[in-house]
Design a protein around this ligand. Sequence first.
Ligand SMILES: NC(=O)c1ccc[n+]([C@@H]2O[C@H](COP(=O)([O-])OP(=O)(O)OC[C@H]3O[C@@H](n4cnc5c(N)ncnc54)[C@H](OP(=O)(O)O)[C@@H]3O)[C@@H](O)[C@H]2O)c1
Length: 248
Amino acid sequence: MFRLDGKVALVTGGSRGIGRGCAEALAECGAKVLVNFVNGEAAAREVVDGIVARGGAAEAVRFDVANVKETETAIEAAIRSHGKLDILVANAGIAIDGLLLRLKDDDYAKIFDVNVRGALVCAKLATKSMMRAKWGRVIFVSSIVAEMGNAGQTAYSASKAAVVGAAKSIAHEFASRNITVNVISPGFIDTDMTSSMPAPVRERLLQTIPLGRTGAAKDIGSAAVYLASDEANYVTGQVLRVNGGLYM
Ligand SMILES: NC(=O)c1ccc[n+]([C@@H]2O[C@H](COP(=O)([O-])OP(=O)(O)OC[C@H]3O[C@@H](n4cnc5c(N)ncnc54)[C@H](OP(=O)(O)O)[C@@H]3O)[C@@H](O)[C@H]2O)c1
């Protein structure tokens, strides 16, 4: 069960954190993984080298998801070179935190360019290949704050809620093509993005997580493997919450 042999997967933002967890988990199950990065070339190479050392197949691919032309060129080239793209994990994301009264217009634009438009550009290109193969898996990475909200994360929460709405629409559009489209909604996962949280805030947060711990990137990787697998054939348009029970 959960084998992905012969599948080609692209994980945007696969060089660190949750993306790395997804890339490693998909490779472990047999997929060839394209590990996207924008700045972290060394980190992406480390992910690729680790996968290859464990007997898997992976390749680092640089593009900035906020740059439409660059993303189109890179994904089209990857599809030409590997013949297809079966699985997309649209994970690349940024957070710019700030209370509503302090947010700048520019902050919304930056967040939406990466978290929303970037994810949708990737999905548009990936689904073209998936339609030809009559099989595909699109997995978006949203966030618990899309449903729960969080003071100081208005722009970020809005972008993550937008992804959920878009994913459900895309799920409708592609269901007849045997392409499933789902969302993983992580809770608090230990990555660079969450590392600056002050210790007392983290302590308070921990007390509100029913499973009593923060999540690891591999917890999200396992969810990505499930949604990418044939075992999830009948699952589309869903939000899979992986949050230790923080939001039910
Ligand atoms: N950590 C959490 O608790 C949490 C919770 C809910 C949702 N999420 C979501 O999960 C996703 C991953 O978060 P994370 O915590 O793993 O973040 P992270 O540790 O900051 O890693 C972000 C990744 O995204 C890549 N990236 C950023 N901007 C990009 C761009 N314009 N084009 C291509 N790649 C780009 C980075 O690449 P470089 O290495 O090249 O910079 C890096 O690989 C995000 O969408 C985030 O919103 C995280």
